[in-house]
Design a protein around this ligand. Structure first.
Ligand code: GLC
Length: 702
């Protein structure tokens, strides 16, 4: 298709139509996957509806074909629709939530998750996914931390890059590939007070040093679309922020693809009180080079008049429409409007046993063992277990943003335990005979957490503790001299002081379609847990934001007796569980760091190595982490920054030598002008199993 020729043959109304995305109900009523529900009527007439360029959300090949057919029959130029949807951590086979995925420290799992999700979604005719979410966040009050990959830019960049490659591979027109729309550009993960959609107020230093990295890596990996975020930045809604959407995204990062607002995002510029009405919002959107307006009508209702009033130019519209047509061409839609929508493939591939097995293998690396007193885990066979808590028989374990996943097909923890041969008593905490029941069991498992609908979009919280009605059974069981294992189901870091009485704590997150089978394989030792935290767990919500790569401050809390230092009267400074922390059933001992040179110039690389020995009789994965600290520089630098990690299997009683190569690129920092800077001086290299237990050595950069 010659898209230049096509563009020149389009009327202005047809061009503008390409710039709006509509929910499917405008074409088929009662779609079972309608993302919003029928109350959302945009008031468009049929002519306008049949010029639209893309659809938000469909759930089957039949639906896609029905809509595409109806549309093409009525479209003058037969420009096919693009179908986009939120395939965040699975289509119908659901994988661990992205925050759990990141705790595997194995970005190949992110690639595999995206790969299988794309294969399934493509059978239903979906062309674009609104994923990965590249938002860094240090604030677990924000309910969307589950959709991201934690608090560290280096790690989350590896994961966003892998997801984009998993969705797209090398050619989005090929069967089983879908285009990636990375979101939510930019800074959405840092809303003031952790309240979703709230103002974001950060320095350009923070933006370039921490928050932009994930989007940058996704764009470098070839993401075809970028979604703008709901928040303001420098007081301007990002969706109409020309500095960010044009100068930073398109000029500095070199993004040439399609930009799309978040849901109703352009219309919300009015609520931000940065546009008086939809007409003014439309002008700002065009100036910010926003190509597609999702689910609102600023463009379609105003651009014709704005052009005749010479407020915007037809050239600006042509540029936007050309980017959309180019995406449709890259997706192969002109030659094959139905792409690979195929009911037979759906039956064969969607939620196939192979995919479910893959989901279980991936989940096995994502849970984090936070506590295991006296090696109470793994469980011995044949134990009589008391199972207490809201997740004992819960099947809703897919986690948020898994709208096509069927929770009711999931196995409960009770079922997974009993099919593994355990004798399990479910204790209903309203039961009067609870003491009698507890006296007859060997161990108590408390299945606790937050409902999967309590995290995700618009799910901010100020209280991150588990409710008393859940945790009181831990203390109750301990009074009965029973060992207690607490399993946590949650979409965000929680404040866990009130489960300290547990003998073991397994952070299981929401692991998707195979959550409870995976948990039981870990509890019974079939899987040796290897996950490590990628977000700090605060001691108290008042500490937030608390994260590992903070600055030292001018009055660091080094001397507990000095009152004039940076600390709280009523809480420690450190998180309860730190970034990079996670236990294993193995035991890993670290040797000293060896480096091949003490002095380094811009031209050099440095070889760093460390021996790690598994002194246990259980083989397992260890995640070896390398951090650096720039001891003195023009801009205050973090106490430490993750620069490398390696996940390695170590057999019992074996020592492995882990090697890293560092170059000057690993020592640079970004200044507020986004320039990479370095000064000569001492750098400390730190290596260990987490961000607090580290061996170190120094090098001199000249
Ligand atoms: C939502 C979310 C965004 C999602 C979009 C489409 O408001 O913010 O992440 O992709 O709408 O469902």
């Amino acid at each position: 298709m010659n898209i230049n020729k096509l563009l020149s043959s389009m009327t202005l109304e047809e061009k503008i139509g390409q710039m709006i995305q509509l929910p499917p109900r405008n074409f088929i009523i009662d779609s079972d996957t309608d993302v919003i529900g029928n109350e959302y009527d945009l008031g468009l007439d049929l002519d306008q509806i049949y010029t639209t360029g893309s659809i938000l959300g469909i759930g089957s090949a039949t639906e896609m074909k029905e809509i595409q057919t109806k549309y093409l029959e009525s479209s003058r130029l037969k420009i096919p629709l693009i179908f986009m949807a939120d395939i965040v951590h699975g289509y119908e086979t659901i994988f661990p939530i992205p925050l759990a995925l990141s705790c595997s420290w194995n970005e190949k799992l992110a690639f595999d998750t995206a790969r299988i999700s794309a294969v399934e979604a493509a059978t239903s005719g979906i062309h674009v996914t609104f994923a990965p979410m590249a938002d860094l966040s240090r604030d677990p009050r924000w309910g969307r931390v589950l959709e991201g990959f934690g608090e560290d830019t280096y790690l989350l960049s590896r994961f966003t890059e892998s997801m984009v490659k998993g969705f797209q591979q090398n050619d989005v027109s090929l069967k089983g590939n879908i285009a990636s729309c990375v979101k939510h550009f930019v800074g959405y993960g840092a809303p003031i007070a952790g309240r979703d959609y709230n103002t974001v107020d950060m320095s350009k230093l923070s933006l370039y040093q921490d928050y932009i990295g994930g989007y940058k890596s996704a764009i470098e990996a070839g993401a075809k679309l970028v979604m703008s975020s709901f928040n303001t930045f420098d007081g301007i809604p990002v969706t109409v922020n020309e500095n960010l959407m044009v100068e930073v995204l398109r000029e500095k990062l070199g993004f040439e693809g399609v930009t799309i607002t978040d849901f109703d995002g352009l219309n919300q510029v009015i609520a931000h009180r940065v546009a008086e009405n939809q007409r003014e919002a439309a002008v700002l959107g065009v100036k910010a080079k926003i190509d597609i307006e999702m689910a609102s009508t600023c463009y379609i209702d105003n651009i014709v008049q704005l052009i005749s009033d010479q407020r915007i130019s037809i050239k600006e519209i042509d540029e936007a429409v050309m980017r959309i047509l180019r995406l449709k061409s890259q997706l192969g839609l002109f030659s094959n409007p139905f792409s690979f929508a195929n009911e037979e493939d759906e039956k064969l591939l969607v939620r196939s046993s192979n995919h479910l097995e893959n989901a279980k293998e991936i989940a096995s690396e994502c849970a984090v063992l936070l506590k295991n007193e006296k090696q109470i885990l793994p469980l011995k066979e044949g134990l009589k277990i008391a199972l207490i808590g809201p997740f004992a028989t819960e099947t809703k374990t897919n986690g948020a943003w898994s709208w096509r996943g069927n929770n009711y097909k999931n196995v409960t923890l009770f079922e997974a335990l009993t099919t593994n041969g355990y004798n399990v008593d479910i204790i209903d905490y309203l039961n009067e005979q609870i003491e009698d029941q507890l006296s007859k069991v060997d161990v108590v498992i408390c299945a606790l957490g937050e409902h999967q609908d309590d995290s995700g979009e618009a799910k901010s919280k100020v209280n991150l503790e588990l409710p008393d009605r859940q945790v009181k059974w831990i203390d109750f069981a301990k009074k009965s001299n029973k060992k207690v294992i607490t399993v946590l189901y949650n979409g965000r870091p929680l404040v866990l002081n009130n489960i300290d009485n547990s003998d073991a704590i397994l952070e299981a997150w929401f692991l998707g379609s195979k959550t409870n089978e995976t948990i039981v394989d870990i509890l019974t030792g079939k899987i040796n847990p290897s996950g490590k935290l990628t977000m700090s767990f605060p001691r108290h919500v008042g500490q937030i934001p608390v994260y590992y790569n903070q600055l030292t401050t001018g009055r660091p809390r080094l001397d507990q007796s000095n009152p004039y230092t940076s600390f709280y009267l009523d809480c420690g400074n450190t998180p309860k569980y730190s970034f990079g922390f996670g236990l294993s059933y193995s035991n890993f001992i670290y040797g000293n760091i060896l480096i091949n040179k003490k002095y380094m110039t811009k031209k050099d690389t440095i070889q760093v190595s460390i021996d790690v020995k598994n002194t246990s009789s259980i083989g397992g994965y260890e995640i070896v982490q390398l951090y650096i600290r720039d001891e003195v520089s023009i801009i205050a630098r973090p106490e430490k920054e993750l620069k490398r990690y390696k996940k390695i299997w170590i057999d019992p009683n074996i020592t492995e030598t882990i090697q890293f190569t560092l170059s000057v690129k690993d020592l640079y920092y970004k200044n507020p002008k986004d320039e990479s800077k370095i000064e000569s001086g001492v750098f400390t290299i730190l290596i260990g199993p987490n961000s607090t237990n580290l061996h170190s050595t120094k090098i001199n950069f000249q």
